[in-house]
Design a protein around this ligand. Structure first.
Ligand SMILES: Nc1ncnc2c1ncn2[C@@H]1O[C@H](COP(=O)(O)OP(=O)(O)O)[C@@H](O)[C@H]1O
Ligand SMILES: [Mg+2]
Length: 247
């Protein structure tokens, strides 16, 4: 398999707080990688470093073999290759659903309105939101907003989609719909990096599971390796805690 992204010795500190401590990993084309770990272990910071919403303190991020942190690298272009879906949707509240899915295509990719509309509609269809093109985000449920956010990110035709706990802010009855769509995307060959608390989902869709603990990758492997035969004590302890919560 060929790597799309290779991360080498990535470090990130906020002031004197070292949040990411020497992380190396790669993402292969078509691969679904999930990242699990306790709150505060650095999962969001790691995703935000991958798409440079945060600037790493040290280390390399290679995209198709080129270091994106090297002087002169075209960062705006790099960012267009990565789609991001946030826990809190981050839709443009003053725009309707269709405009949300079109605006980046026009302003960032320079697509014509007509093409942008076509691509937006295709992706809204994929997530079951084509009927809602005229709605404003405030008129939608959390699950519907997240489906629009996914369609918006897909409309940019990214090489890799990054998801940061896309179902954590949803009412329980909405979680299934969003996970179903993500499963479909995973099955379609899209390259995905997903931070999630949904262990059953992670077990089912992942090619590889990464367990992060206190700013390092403590263990990684297949879903079977991590969920059935974890090696590290801290992986076992974390899984026990999330799969058998105290009443
Ligand atoms: N912008 C920031 N400024 C200062 N500290 C931050 C910032 N973002 C995250 N942190 C700190 O980094 C640590 C890891 O946070 P985060 O990456 O959000 O973890 P997770 O997503 O695993 O819950 C936390 O201690 C958090 O307070
Ligand atoms: Mg987080």
């Amino acid at each position: 398999m060929s790597s799309i992204i290779e991360i080498e010795h990535l470090k990130k500190s906020f002031g004197d707080n070292p949040v990411l401590k020497d992380i190396s990993m790669n993402v292969n084309k078509g691969e679904v990688v999930t990242i699990i770990g306790a709150s505060g272990s650095g999962k969001s910071t790691f995703l935000r470093c991958i798409n440079l919403l945060e600037t790493p303190t040290d280390g390399k991020i290679m995209y198709l073999g080129e270091n994106v942190l090297a002087p002169g690298y075209n960062l705006p272009k790099y960012r267009t290759h990565l789609g991001m879906v946030f826990q809190s949707f981050n839709l443009f509240n003053n725009m309707n659903v269709l405009q949300n899915c079109m605006s980046g295509q026009v302003t960032v990719l320079g697509r014509k309105e007509e093409e942008a509309r076509k691509v937006a509609l295709e992706n809204l269809e994929k997530v079951g939101m084509a009927r809602f093109i005229d709605a404003k985000p405030a008129q939608l449920s959390g699950g519907q907003k997240q489906r629009v956010a996914i369609a918006r990110a897909l409309s940019m035709n990214p090489e890799v989609m990054l998801f940061d706990e896309p179902t954590s802010a949803l009412d329980p009855e909405m979680v299934g719909d969003v996970l179903q769509i993500m499963k479909k995307l995973a099955g379609s060959g899209l390259t995905m990096v997903i931070v999630t608390h949904e262990m059953a989902f992670a077990k089912e869709v992942s090619d590889r599971v990464i367990f992060m603990d206190k700013g390092v990758i403590a263990e990684q492997g297949t879903p079977e390796d991590i969920f059935v035969h974890p090696k590290e004590a801290r992986t076992k302890e974390f899984l026990h805690r999330v799969l058998h919560p105290e009443p």
